[in-house]
Design a protein around this ligand. Sequence first.
Ligand SMILES: Nc1ncnc2c1ncn2[C@@H]1O[C@H](COP(=O)(O)OP(=O)(O)OP(=O)(O)O)[C@@H](O)[C@H]1O
Ligand SMILES: [Mg+2]
Length: 181
Amino acid sequence: MATHQGFTLWFTGLSGSGKTTITTHLVKELRKRSVPLEVLDGDIVRENLSKGLGFSKEDRDTNIRRIAFVANLLSRNGVPVITAAISPYREIRNEARELMDGRFVEVYTKAPLEVCEERDVKGLYAKARAGEIKEFTGISDPYEPPETPEILVETDKQSPEESAKQILDFLEDRDLIPAAS
Ligand SMILES: Nc1ncnc2c1ncn2[C@@H]1O[C@H](COP(=O)(O)OP(=O)(O)OP(=O)(O)O)[C@@H](O)[C@H]1O
Ligand SMILES: [Mg+2]
């Protein structure tokens, strides 16, 4: 059997752009292919590894650096990682990219703010508009889209299944995962 190296699939995109949804599809598919895998979802990381951090630029950067630190530990030992946090700042994402030199696959879940706001999966956009949440990405806090992500998925034009397939095809093409049997 071919050996496959570790990698980090680094999602970035607005709240409600589809990071967690697509991750769920990928996990299902990768388990079927017996790919070992760890997921660092923003919401879960903030409840554990980053508990107590807020949403200032400094705290957001700390949160992302912690995620990158763990993703690096795992991926350098051959364990593929999926990170699914907004990660709004380009500079810190690029720091993660440098840390995981050659193992970093950036996936931009692109959808217009209006679409994400319309979805409002967690009801947070309504609260942000009402001023109940300060520093909300896209509303009152910046989002810096990647300029040259390895993978761009347009989640207002594709289904989650199509986006997941696009990502799996990319990983297969680079021999990072085995093909479906
Ligand atoms: N192509 C698509 N890919 C992903 N999600 C989609 C797509 N089309 C529609 N959706 C819907 O968009 C929503 C995306 O929400 P999701 O929680 O995955 O976003 P998120 O990026 O993880 O947000 P957050 O940063 O707040 O965790 C879901 O309700 C999902 O069903
Ligand atoms: Mg999510």
